[in-house]
Design a protein around this ligand. Sequence first.
Ligand code: NAD
Length: 449
Amino acid sequence: MEATTKSGKEDVVSVENLAPLFIAQQRFEQAAAYIAGFKEGLIDFFKAPKRTIGVCFPIEMDDGTVRTFHGYRVLHNHVLGPGKGGIRYHPKVTRAEVASLAALMTWKCAIANLPFGGAKGGVICDPKQLSQTELRRITRRFISELGDAIGPQTDIPAPDMYTDEHTMAWIYDTYDILHPGRNNLPVVTGKPLELGGSLGRTEATGRGCLYATQRFLAGAGLSGLSSVADARVVVQGFGNVGSVVARQFREAGAIIVAVSDSKGGVYTEGGLDLEMVSTQKREVGTVVGTPDTQTLSNEDLLALECDILIPAALGAVIHYDNAERVAARLVVEAANGPVTLMADEILQARQIPVLPDILVNAGGVTVSYFEWVQNLANESWSLEEVNEKLRRKMDAAVDAVMGRWQTLLEGTRGDEANDTSLEINLRIAALVQAIEHVARVTLQRGIWP
Ligand code: NAD
């Protein structure tokens, strides 16, 4: 598949295959090549989802007509515990996309050492064209179609693209009506606070990015960049994740020189006033035009000279055609999949490390896990407790991945014929760490029967 991308000022057709499923499969193969010592054939079990449910249902629309909707729930693996993963509402949802995202959740939960497997769901629909009552009917019907495929101990949904805490409240309510007389709060996370949601969930992904970056910098010793304090930071995206990332990094002493949204970016050499940027976004609908800032395109923003570049918007934004222009010392993948396969290679050759999404943006699912634990115990933790536990989880995950990175490097260096140390990056190390963890537990449990 060819993809149209933007390089510099001209539109070009890239040679790169940007399909998320293709990228996920290639990365799995790259990591699997470094995994040895398990029973032959075991690793193949992780290539396909364990279970895929496809449903089709009618919905009566507000105007009295009836429309048919299709939805999916994929459980990739449940060796570590119940499935965990969001439900997205989008016209471009496909079974293959949901399956590749479910696999990513397996690896993300394994890296964060959460007692969850990987899952994902989606309904093909355009939420921008649907009323709240239509969305509520779609959600209730979708959840009732899934029946006992989801549950507090089997598969636990969460928000994803175009679903939010209201959607999660409807999911809980529907499940609770179908299963009365027991504590059903842990069936879904990302709920409103008054309905069993957790403090700190909204900011968790951005906060986790900061904690992971701090831990990495403290341990990795990137020359000239040992901490977030005084680092010059560029953030692409100013939504849920991007705006929190920018604020969190600034509170930790970083200088946020540029941020952007879909309409473009804003830049100030001495550091942006994020309150003014937020006001502009709220009142005008875009960060562009914030007083005392320079406007720039998203492509030019990605090429700004800085210490840390944080793509926090879309997938595949750093690709074959623009990776040479990246002028950061470190890339932190707050978004899912912002750096493509070819861009990984280019950045690796240019010695620009990439902190991979499956490690760095695991803060969201980690606090979802905390919400689930609080719901099971009918407890409500303070924000300080949530953040402290999140920091410990992110630190441990970064340490484990960096440890595996070192052992992988040591394992290939010195063997001239097979020296692949230049290929081994943090993403491969993170995936190897995750796949080995799930493989070990699969064998500990014993293959049935
Ligand atoms: P969001 O919809 O709140 O924000 C997305 C931002 O990206 C917006 O500011 C939007 O204007 C901007 N954007 C859209 N198109 C753009 C373009 N062409 N160029 C530049 N910016 C553009 O979404 P979010 O929840 O902040 O998620 C952002 C990313 O983080 C996604 O990849 C998501 O999968 C990932 N992620 C989110 C969470 C979470 O907890 N929300 C957890 C893990 C990963």
